[in-house]
Design a protein around this ligand. Structure first.
Ligand SMILES: Cc1cc2nc3c(=O)[nH]c(=O)nc-3n(C[C@H](O)[C@H](O)[C@H](O)COP(=O)(O)OP(=O)(O)OC[C@H]3O[C@@H](n4cnc5c(N)ncnc54)[C@H](O)[C@@H]3O)c2cc1C
Length: 238
């Protein structure tokens, strides 16, 4: 299927952490931007001659909200062509081509199993969209655990929002963990958290999002715990 490209305008940029910026992009030709929580967009950035060398994908970080504006959270990579452009040249008012939302990393049809949403860094983006959507639509669900790894506390994106969500919803559990410093008396990686929560093998579905080292290790460990591959989905950022 050929997906449409739309004109997008960056309408706001905020620093979210020392290495992450949040971008708000409007699609002025559309009345409403349609997507499923968890999907991503592709941006055509002016960083190369060949079209396919200019494309970079980013998960949509907010739930559908009947507007034509969406949010992205993007981490700056050393020597990354796209992120250097987005961090150093793009500004409010910059126009970009945006491809229609795509991707199959979306919530299961039925939330009838314990759901583990595991991520690092900007990998929280699709989960924020899903969690906002669950809250907005009041979807019935079993326990949902967001297990979120970053280097330091200041890198934890949407921390206050996730804490507030966990206070409001007794079936949503927020487990932040930092690897380079201690936060909430804990320090380490995401893996020990789901392993301890799954020691008695609850019926569960796992979603993994972020960079390859974490995703590969989590896949392996979850299978080793005794779960089936069909209950593990992932979105690889690179
Ligand atoms: C479905 C999907 C969703 C995604 N969602 C997000 C998201 O929500 N947020 C997010 O931050 N990212 C996301 N990504 C990753 C994103 O698409 C880009 O890959 C990322 O932003 C890096 O792009 P870049 O152009 O800056 O890096 P590239 O130029 O593509 O470089 C990639 C890597 O190679 C290294 N590199 C490049 N040139 C050199 C060089 N000369 N020497 C040494 N190393 C070099 C860079 O440091 C970088 O680590 C997603 C990816 C996918 C596939």
């Amino acid at each position: 299927m050929v997906l449409a490209w739309h004109k997008g305008i960056i309408i706001d940029i905020q620093n979210e952490s020392p290495t992450v910026k949040r971008f708000w992009i409007q699609l002025p030709e559309l009345e409403q931007f349609h997507f499923i929580p968890g999907q991503f967009v592709t941006l055509d950035l002016p960083i190369a001659e060949r079209r396919n060398k200019r494309w970079r994908s980013y998960s949509i970080a907010n739930a559908p909200n009947q507007s034509n504006i969406f949010e992205l959270v993007i981490v700056k990579l050393e020597q990354g062509a796209g992120t250097t452009y987005l961090f150093e040249q793009a500004s409010i008012g910059t126009e970009l081509l945006v491809r229609a939302a795509q991707g199959v990393f979306v919530l299961p049809d039925q939330l009838d199993k314990t759901l583990f949403l595991i991520c690092t860094g900007t990998g929280i983006a699709p989960y924020r969209s899903m969690l906002q959507y669950i809250q907005q639509e009041q979807l019935p669900h079993l326990d949902i655990h967001l297990i979120y790894g970053c280097r330091n506390e200041e890198d934890l994106l949407f921390k206050e929002e996730m804490e507030a969500m966990a206070k409001q919803n007794e079936q949503f559990f927020y487990h932040p963990i930092t690897s380079r410093s201690t936060y909430n008396s804990k320090r380490g990686y995401v893996h020990a958290i789901y392993e301890s929560l799954c020691s008695d093998l609850p019926v569960a579905h796992f979603m993994l999002c972020g960079w390859r080292p974490m995703v590969d290790e989590a896949k392996e460990r979850i299978i080793k715990l005794g779960y089936n591959k069909t209950n593990v989905e992932f979105e690889l950022y690179g």
